[in-house]
Design a protein around this ligand. Sequence first.
Ligand code: NAP
Length: 310
Amino acid sequence: MLTILFAARPDRWDAYEAPLKRAIAATGLTDFRVVTEAAPEEVDYIVYAPNSDVQDFSIFPNLKAILNLWAGVETIVGNTTITVPLCRMVDTGLREGMREWVTGHVLRHHLGMDAQIKGTPGLWDPRIPPLARNRTVAILGLGELGTACAETLLALGFTVTGWSRSPKSIPGVSCFHGPDGLTECLSAAEIVVLLLPNTPATENTLNARTLAAMPRGAFVINPGRGPLIDDDALLAALDSGQIAHATLDVFRVEPLPADHPYWHHPQVTVTPHIASETRPETAAEVIAENIRRSESGEPLLHLVDRSAGY
Ligand code: NAP
């Protein structure tokens, strides 16, 4: 019998138990169990959230793969006890959620909605926003989530540029890559959206130099990871007016400490890491498909490149 260990915070079990069992059964596998506790030598697969208590994988001698529930793997990728394939989460629910969150926050800044939402009663000050086609949005990170956001923004008419590690070709998107491509990508970016993974190479992607490369009065939206931004440099850029506003969903320390300047800065919107979440029904299908593939000797989907860190 296959034993699939669910290793995530206990409150997630209620949401995942039924979808996982259903999705695995739908692949045709019959002799399996999905459990939250098992003798280590019996475990074949671990469905994993990096904030679970399981951190030492060397105790599972028969483990075949770790199937991560999160898209970001920065807290597990360096775990030296892992000797089996590690797969990250690519989930349509995660993608849809991110598309909606990013589009909403891009439109807020594009349309200048704050002027009315936070406006002064009695002040009639008509300012017509430009059309989307006259606004350039840069997406840093053209992976699963960045590409989905780029496509939605393109469909609304925005001029979309993007940046990745390797060269990309996405219809309608001006794509840049590598360290040299970043400044060029940012030079026209009136709104920048960060959807990079957190790796040593992406830390402080937005810093004093790259923030200065953006057009004056640009907007920063970060649903990626906190370390992508040099916080002191961003605060200085906000204070000087180089950056008009930052909408931040992720931080170096979460929850964001109560005394962090971001909470009280008038040009910063803090959201509590809610941009998107793995959805149990669709994520269970991704996990089940990888178990099916592994059991039939087919290549696994969404393998993490542990040397690249994502
Ligand atoms: P992904 O498919 O792995 O895409 C990552 C993108 O970043 C790729 O285009 C990659 O380039 C690019 N990249 C990586 N290192 C780079 C570097 N050094 N320079 C330039 N580009 C680089 O990841 P994803 O599924 O889209 O997810 C992106 C991130 O979103 C996750 O890692 C996670 O941190 C974050 N996230 C946040 C939330 C939230 O609720 N806030 C939810 C889910 C995910 P290549 O294409 O060349 O490989």
